[in-house]
Design a protein around this ligand. Structure first.
Ligand code: ADP
Ligand code: ZN
Length: 704
């Protein structure tokens, strides 16, 4: 087909098979070049939409596009996704039966297969079909793996060099999310595609919110964070196996579906956790760095670094696993002085210690930044962001500077008086006048500056001293037990009264209360659509995000399509998905819209309370909003519960209390009024609890 005929088909094909109305940056140009049989090298960050760059041409070419991919899990996911869009695709691997392999060969011979995925190791088995009669295009995914300059070199990728010799007129497209200049040149040389057109898009992942905090009370901060994101999947990266386990346990105890993942578990255990995560059966994975490679889950909504990563490359790759669907995502990093010390120790044991230490230093600077973090991050990758991003903690909450000269003087003179022989913890203890054994045994309590910094908390002192280190007024002697020492600049503070600017610490409230407002869930249309999506995914045994991604679900929620035509207009709904899934979702939209109208018309006081309850308001908040007494709201809750509404009754009354009321009921002869119970418990059990317990007991009776 001549090229201009293709051109007219691009947008209709994009809509029909992928459900999208417009191309993203670079996609159209790349696709046009591939269709013109030119070679291409594509560098687009994760989630940028690389797959369509070869999947769409594959549909227009006669024959099969061969896709080289490093991991079987990744291939399976891609093939499932293509099937969900009604596209003929398969993957080939050595564990398939000869019959299965034969079927694939036949499909290729008859030009029935649009895409065939294969790992480089298996290429030799299919050499019969690797010729230009059958293969229309070759796509090399994760192309950086071919280069030893890249961060993930795979020797098996090096055999790909022979492909171009066999398929000299076939367009090649190499794709990766990361490749610096040396890696890019290496890819081109090794694949023998010297004239490849290079498309490089920005590294920026605007939708990921960057957030960095000191590592204080991490577990509680994390629990609070997750409670604010019910049903949103996330990954927590930890440095040690042990901490993945203890953290996962803590989260489980707090009712969060979390699991740990690390190299010490069996292959089966790890595979199960990965699958349960992909299929939304668990919400959180606490993992060492090994987790996440080769999963394409588009609805990972957040990533937390429990410990500081050892370099910016790793950090960026890990946070990049969130928000692939382009919707808002959140990356939260905890940093601590202890992590820096530990990471330095790791780095020092390696063969290229100097490079590693320099990289660690850049990581540390990033965590301690006082200006836009995304600017710092992108500049590390050689990209200049003209404006502050507006989506990082610093942009959202700029640090407040104040005159910290006196604080600096107190800290530095304490370092002097400790003869530059104490680490940061002891310096702070002396400043705060602590009375622990180290201080007393060493007679540090007789030092002149002992206790002069009582008015400042331990955490805040740490925050200030780290800033003094960053500004060069003191330093950590990593080779001498990490003691704090002076620098050439210290005397300016100590003797020349140099003015020092420090930033105020930002407090992150980590207290978890049972009153914490639950975000609105359950009764939104989005949640109901999510349930439908999950049912379909389970029936078809594919991950939910392959049915529709979160972005498409969000659009259905706002647009509320009620006909097939309207449904097809949604981004992400192609012809095939309309036919297979359309009905179920349209029905739900109609049902939801109707139910909302009904509940608005009926001015029923219990219903109104129930609506507010479902939106996650606490009893006190409902009472306040309705201008009613809390006891009245509790009586509504008891009634709603008795009526069979979904109420988490044990949020308000404990099982223990219910049991107590039950035995009181027997003793008292089941009186109607509440007062006898109140007296029975000697006024120690609130009326509302008695009422709630009675409705639980009544319901139990009714059910048994
Ligand atoms: P990458 O391989 O670069 O990580 P993907 O190809 O997996 O990215 O695409 C990421 C997400 O963006 C997918 O959910 C995909 O369906 C979606 N996407 C790709 N192209 C478009 C487009 N033109 N419009 C809207 N969404 C798109
Ligand atoms: Zn910013």
């Amino acid at each position: 087909m001549p090229i201009n005929n293709y051109q007219e088909q691009l947008l209709p094909t994009l809509k029909k098979y992928f459900g999208y109305d417009n191309f993203r940056e670079h996609q159209e140009a790349i696709i046009t070049a591939v269709l013109a049989k030119k070679d291409n090298l594509v560098i687009i960050p994760t989630g940028g939409g690389k797959s369509i760059c070869y999947q769409l041409p594959a549909l227009l070419f006669k024959g099969t596009t061969l896709v080289i991919s490093p991991l079987i899990a990744l291939m399976k996911d891609q093939v499932d996704g293509l099937h969900a869009n009604g596209i003929a695709a398969a993957y080939f691997n050595s564990s398939q039966t000869p019959e299965e392999q034969q079927q694939i060969f036949e499909a290729v011979h008859q030009a029935q297969l649009k895409l065939l995925y294969i790992a480089p190791e298996s290429l030799s088995i299919i050499s019969d079909i690797v010729n230009e009669n059958y293969i229309s295009c070759v796509a090399i995914d994760e192309a950086h793996c071919i280069s030893s300059w890249g961060h993930d070199f795979r020797p098996s990728y090096q055999q790909l060099g022979f492909l171009k010799r066999k398929l000299s007129n076939t367009p090649f497209i190499a794709l990766t999310a990361t490749a610096d200049k040396a890696t890019r040149e290496d890819i081109i040389t090794q694949l023998h595609i010297p004239n490849a057109i290079q498309s490089i898009s920005s590294f920026d992942r605007k939708n990921i919110k960057l957030d960095v905090r000191p590592a204080n009370e991490r577990a509680s901060q994390i629990i609070k964070f997750i409670r604010n994101k019910p049903n949103e999947a996330g990954i927590i990266y930890c440095l040690s196996r042990k901490s993945t386990e203890t953290l996962a346990e803590k989260l489980q105890l707090n009712g969060i579906k979390a699991r740990s993942y690390h190299a010490g578990l069996t292959f089966e255990q790890r595979a199960k956790t990965q699958e349960d995560f992909i299929f939304d059966k668990i919400q959180v994975v606490c993992a060492t760095i090994a987790f996440g490679m080769g999963i394409d889950k588009s609805n990972v909504r957040w990533v937390i670094h429990y410990n500081m990563p050892k370099n910016i490359e790793g950090y960026y790759q890990e946070i990049g696993r969130s928000g692939r669907d382009g919707l808002e995502a959140h990356a939260l990093l905890f940093h601590s002085y202890a992590d820096v010390v530990q990471l330095r120790n790791f780095a020092e044991g390696t063969s290229n210690a100097e490079v590693q230490l320099a990289k660690l230093d850049r990581m540390k600077q990033f965590t301690e930044a006082t200006s836009c973090r995304r600017k710092i991050l992108l500049s590390y990758f050689g990209e200049l962001l003209p404006d502050n991003c507006g989506n990082c903690d610093i942009c959202n909450n700029p640090p407040e500077f104040f005159n910290g000269t006196v604080i600096a003087q107190k800290a530095l003179s304490t370092i002097v008086r400790l003869k530059e022989k104490a680490a940061i913890g002891i310096v702070i203890d002396v400043l705060r006048g602590a009375k622990n054994t180290t201080i007393l045994n060493k007679h540090y309590d007789s030092i002149k500056t002992y206790g002069i910094g009582k008015d400042i908390s331990w955490k805040d002192w740490q925050h200030y001293i780290i800033q003094l280190i960053n500004q060069g007024y003191c330093q950590i002697a990593f080779h001498q037990n990490n003691v704090l020492q002076l620098t050439a600049f210290s005397k300016k503070v100590l003797f020349e009264n140099e003015r020092i600017e420090l930033t105020k610490p930002i407090t992150h409230n980590s207290t978890i209360t049972t009153k914490q407002k639950k975000p609105k869930i359950n009764n939104t249309l989005f949640e109901r659509l999510r349930v439908i999506r999950q049912q379909i995914a389970l029936e078809q045994n594919i991950p939910a995000y392959l049915v529709f991604n979160d972005a498409t679900l969000k659009e259905i929620e706002t647009e509320r399509p009620m006909s097939e035509k309207e449904f097809l207009a949604i981004n992400g709904v192609g012809q095939h998905k309309l036919e297979v899934y359309g009905e179920a979702f349209i029905k739900e939209v109609i049902a939801f819209t109707k139910s909302k109208k009904v509940s608005k018309n009926k001015n029923n006081t219990h219903k109104f309370t129930y609506e507010l309850y479902q939106q996650g308001l606490t009893i006190d908040e409902i009472a306040e909003q309705r201008k009613l007494k809390a006891t009245t709201i509790y009586s509504h809750i008891a009634k709603l519960y008795s009526d069979g509404k979904t109420i988490n009754i044990y949020d308000f009354v404990s099982k223990h209390e219910v049991e107590a009321v039950k035995s009181a009921q027997q003793t008292l002869g089941a009186p109607e009024a509440l007062k006898p119970y109140f007296d029975f418990f000697e006024e120690q059990l609130d009326y509302f609890k008695i009422r709630l317990a009675l409705s639980v007991i009544a319901k139990e009776k009714y059910l048994t």
